[in-house]
Design a protein around this ligand. Structure first.
Ligand code: ZN
Length: 289
């Protein structure tokens, strides 16, 4: 009996495929992919024979990321803490630019809202809502915001990302208590500095809903983006760019720049604009090889 499923894990030539109504099926690819010249990724949809555990077809991919190697992502849940650690907005913006370039939707989650004044959280929310991002504010440690998060995850394949220490594991445990053990032991191994192989693994959390946890990141380079291209990945800058006096306006020094006017009038958050200027400068002065 042929059916369809989603690859949730691949280890040593075996693929673990989640099939609705059946659960995880262990499959062997049997040279199929070598013949097709493709490498299946976690997240790929496949056609399989569940009785014999053989994958017969790799279905068309919607998108894929390289790091982590995962296919068919609907969205990224990007977690930052409002405090402890302080939110590093330049890092946050870099992440948004990277994902925007790859056409992947990001939802920003500000965690640990109990550690700061409500007005500070509101300010952060405002900065990113002005940039047309969906923003959630939660306190994962107290279970606050779970419902909202679950609603966003329903029916989607989501990557959970964010720097270390922002409470990603706490959120993961809140979403899927059973997966908590695994997450915990994995980060323990990393803490001990052992050379552990990390397997990219999707966790099935509800019908047609999958979540991929990723290791915390502390820096991000955006070395594949040209200075003038950068504005395309700032939704709110792109929105105002058409009415600038000069075509190809960089929105840095040009006169009659609608973007700068929008910053002055508060339509664009100055924190975002300042980070844009920094990233622009970085891209413009980067050595070309
Ligand atoms: Zn401009």
């Amino acid at each position: 009996m042929q059916c369809e499923g989603k690859i949730i894990k691949g280890i040593a030539g075996f693929y673990y495929v989640y099939v609705n109504g059946r659960g995880v099926v262990e499959c062997k690819a049997k040279g199929l992919f070598r013949k097709q010249g493709v490498k299946p990724l976690v997240g790929d949809m496949v056609r399989l024979d569940a009785e014999s555990g053989s994958i017969t077809e790799l279905l068309a991919r919607k998108n894929s990321l390289i790091r982590p190697a995962v296919a068919n992502i609907d969205q990224v849940l990007l977690v930052f803490a409002v405090k402890d650690p302080e939110p590093h907005l330049n890092l946050l913006d870099r992440f948004l630019v990277n994902m925007s370039k790859q056409g992947i939707r990001v939802i920003i989650v500000f965690n640990k809202t109990d550690l700061t004044e409500e007005s500070d959280t509101a300010l952060l929310r405002q900065i990113y809502e002005k940039a047309h991002y969906k923003v959630l504010t939660i306190t994962a440690g107290k279970g606050e915001g779970r419902e909202e998060v679950m609603e966003l995850l329903a029916g989607k394949t989501t990557v959970l990302a964010g720097p270390s220490g922002v409470g990603k594991s706490t959120l993961m445990n809140l979403i899927e208590p059973d997966a908590g053990m695994e997450t915990g032991s994995l980060s323990e191994k990393i803490k001990r500095g052992k050379n552990t192989t990390r397997h990219t693994e999707l966790i099935h959390i509800a019908e047609d809903s999958y979540l991929l946890d990723t290791p915390g990141f502390s820096s991000l380079y955006i070395d594949s983006i040209e200075a003038l291209e950068l504005q395309d990945y700032y939704p709110e800058i792109k929105e105002h760019a058409d009415s600038c006096r000069f075509a190809g306006c960089s929105h840095i020094k040009e006169p009659d720049c609608s973007v700068k006017k929008a910053v002055e009038s508060g339509l664009i958050a100055k924190e975002r604009y300042e980070n844009y200027c920094r990233l622009y400068e970085e891209a413009a002065t980067r050595k070309k090889y």
